[in-house]
Design a protein around this ligand. Structure first.
Ligand SMILES: NC(=O)c1ccc[n+]([C@@H]2O[C@H](COP(=O)([O-])OP(=O)(O)OC[C@H]3O[C@@H](n4cnc5c(N)ncnc54)[C@H](OP(=O)(O)O)[C@@H]3O)[C@@H](O)[C@H]2O)c1
Length: 304
């Protein structure tokens, strides 16, 4: 727990900056529930899976390879299932969808996996890699599983406060290759804005179904996500950690709260931080942009 965690109060939900995933699920019995979590091999995904399993849920844990997925779910107990899913490889994502469809239906999807601030432009299928991994990979996965969601199911997309670093216009539809004026943070901002807009548009498409879709900012937490940051920033993070940053159990709290807490059951199309509703950037509220991104993502999905 950082100094800030101990100073910041709670919000209207009764939870806040310093709440942990265990605290937001205290007293909940999730037996019989089944949740898919991506990026289960590290950081917030591993903690999310651990706490869901602790409360009795079955976890379908996705990681880049079968070995990583199996290792990640090995300690989760009873019925946890590991599935390989390399988000930058559409064939792998489609195979994962096929595997998940063979199993029982889902009460929720926590689209947690991600990469951040790649210093040099990298691409998959001609698209900038953070956009492709964080957004297109999850677009293929989640849309492939929509028919496999139980009544009341919840989709939770990991966005970030960094969605505010997205380029002018929000999404550079004419530069999704990233080749024009690439910077790692701007590309990450665009990818995280895409995760947020995906949740908004999915929520609109789920209207009347009883199913929900939301996006979350987990906080700033020292995890493997920082592996591509420049060393100076990592030194800054190490200094800031005990003062301002969240621990991993605190960082996983918002996504777990939105995925399972009864008070969040009927909230949809929102952006959350610190286990409470939060305003997003203007681009993050732009429903026209969300629809345009969805349509473009469908076109990319058809092409890759
Ligand atoms: N930590 C923060 O401060 C922070 C702040 C805002 C938002 N977020 C968001 O929170 C989410 C979780 O991040 P984290 O902090 O827990 O980071 P992390 O420890 O690096 O975990 C990221 C997970 O995503 C997986 N992953 C990365 N690329 C993948 C790919 N191509 N295919 C499949 N899985 C892939 C990683 O697998 P490998 O281990 O195999 O690479 C890992 O399991 C991310 O979406 C991130 O953008 C984090």
């Amino acid at each position: 727990m950082s100094l800030l965690s101990s100073l910041k109060g709670k919000g209207p939900t009764g939870f806040g900056y310093g709440s942990t995933a265990e605290q937001v699920t205290e007293g909940l019995d999730l037996s019989g529930k089944r949740y898919l979590v991506t990026g289960v091999s590290s950081g917030l995904g591993a903690e999310t899976a651990r706490v869901l399993a602790l409360r009795g849920a079955t976890v379908v844990g996705l990681a880049r390879s079968q070995e990583k997925a199996d290792a990640a779910v090995a300690s989760l107990g009873h019925e946890a299932v590991g599935v390989a899913c390399e988000l930058a490889d559409p064939a792998s994502v489609r195979a994962a969808v096929g595997t998940v469809l063979e199993g029982d239906t889902l009460d929720g999807i926590i689209a947690n996996a991600g990469i951040m601030a790649l210093p040099k432009l990298q691409q998959a299928h001609g698209y900038e890699l953070q956009f492709f991994t964080n957004h297109i990979g999850h677009f293929l996965l989640v849309t492939g599983l929509l028919g496999h969601l139980r009544d009341g199911a919840r989709v939770v997309m990991l966005s970030s406060a960094a969605h505010q670093m997205a380029p002018q216009g929000g999404i550079e539809f004419e530069n999704l290759s990233g080749e024009r004026a690439y910077t790692g943070w701007r590309a990450y901002g665009q990818a995280k804005l895409s995760n947020l807009l995906f949740a908004r548009e999915l929520s609109r498409r789920l209207e009347g179904s009883g199913k929900t879709a939301n996006a979350v900012h987990p906080g700033v937490i020292a995890t493997n996500l920082g592996r591509h940051m420049n060393p100076l920033m990592n030194v800054g993070m190490a200094v800031a950690n005990p003062l301002f940053m969240k621990s991993i159990p605190e960082g996983a709290a918002t996504q777990v709260y939105v995925a399972v807490h009864p008070d969040a059951a009927s909230v949809s199309g929102e952006y959350w931080a610190d286990c409470n509703l939060k305003g997003s950037s203007a681009y993050g509220r732009d429903l026209g942009l969300a629809t345009r991104l969805w349509e473009r993502s469908e076109a990319i999905a058809a092409e890759v």
